[in-house]
Design a protein around this ligand. Sequence first.
Ligand code: NAI
Ligand code: MG
Length: 532
Amino acid sequence: MTSDLEPRVVHPHRQVTSINTLHSLARGWGAYDAAMAIAEDLEVAAFLKGQPKKLFIGGRWVEAAGGKTFDSINPATGEVLARVAEGGAEDIDRAVAAARTSFDRGSWRDLPPAERARMLWQVGDMIEERANEFAQLESLDNGMPINDALLFFVPMAAATFRYYAGWATKLDGATQQISAPGKYLSYTLRQPVGVVGQIIPWNFPLMMAAWKIAPALACGNSVVLKPAEETPLSALLLAELLQDADVPSGVVNVVSGYGETAGARLASHPDVDKIAFTGSTEVGKLIAKASAESNLKRVSLELGGKSPNIVFADADLPLAVSGAFFGVFWNQGQVCSAGSRLFVQEKVYDQTLDELVKTVAETRLGPGIDPMTQMGPLVSKAQMDRVLGYIQVGGKEGARLVAGGKRPEGMDGGFFVQPTVFADVDGNMRIAKEEIFGPVVSAIPFSDEEDLIAKANNTIYGLAAGVWTRDVKRAHRVAHALNAGTVYVNCYHIADPVTPWGGFKQSGWGRELGPYALDLYTELKNVIVDIA
Ligand code: NAI
Ligand code: MG
């Protein structure tokens, strides 16, 4: 990389090592160059203006059956960003029927795998070509800092399509020796599950759509995707790209709408073969129940977390502090794997908190679309109110507020909350147990490793964990003892399409990404042939 590819606006988090690592991962995916050219003008203006955005069903852009629309709000200003068709049960039924027709006709699954691979790769290219547009949409719709969208989320979405493009030609099975050698031949086939419903949240709208759609398509399924009502826009733009890439009609359908109506219908639909959900644990349980009460459709769930981020006294402290900051405040804390319980060994507890509070004080809040913004608004007024409610609870429970705790002054239009640090939190307090999903960290002191493991694992969740130590034996020992789907050692939030993602306990069912997602989107068939 030559120096003219350096960001025109240096990332304000550059003191935060981990986020720079994420951006250098993006370089590795080859998406960095396109992402670098930050547009002067808002390219998305045309996309946002005019008619309400429509639903994408059966390869056509259609209005909701009931003709209803809803507003997508810009959380930095509270103003309406776009009007979007409000899909309901009837629209889900239409979309499922379109997906079923495309699946039964074999219009996607029966294409040569190399042809499917080529199209998926092309979608990755198209995302990269329109990186600015996607980044602006993500930032305006969700509130996230544009640099994170440009340098991480959009490249990650492109990389996910390219990664699964590779798998389309590699879905092989096994031949087995069974107990009567020479008499029978047994071999396995991986076949698509069928019609797949996918419900995604608002925290990483485009990346979540890519994590869902790309592996489902690589395996030959047809899809109905419902984006979150807070952030439907980038999924609709992605549908345009899939259409431009000549993915056949009905193979991917995008129905924007509310969870209680469109989402619930998708989860209970008798003709949906599998549902993949990312969101709250509460709704995850409803999805599992809807499956059980309808057709036992396959279910994968990526749910909440209350992840421990653990600083041992022998850690590289500046690195650990920046990791503690980044671990919980990235994306305004709206990350399922946020390191929201910060465990610090007593010997370095005061020093770590002091340094963390200093970093917090330097953090610049603003609209995500401003490239100098380090932290944007929360996604919605409801989410802001929920987070402010938890801050009140923390105070009442007797936790010591050492930073933040309020809405920042003079920014009343948007849904901003200051990065907030509670010290001396007890593991039984609600702020230590419940997912807040906002910029609030609960710091908890611990004495030794044994004490730490018991405290860290004392949660209904098990999505992620971080360990900061210079002792390599301790690092592995603790990583093995923690009940979490991902353990970061001396880093946090590092993600790549290659590695598995999912949680222990009530953080969900199954693993996305890597080859593991292939298990979610295929049925394994055993064929036994009498050959004697
Ligand atoms: P949510 O779980 O209600 O929403 C996620 C998705 O599920 C959205 O697309 C929504 O429309 C859909 N949905 C909602 N109710 C549904 C239902 N009955 N049937 C089918 N689909 C349904 O999350 P929400 O309300 O946006 O946020 C509430 C809390 O959930 C957050 O404060 C956070 O703690 C947690 N959450 C966790 C996420 C994660 O990735 N772990 C993502 C989003 C929220
Ligand atoms: Mg909800």
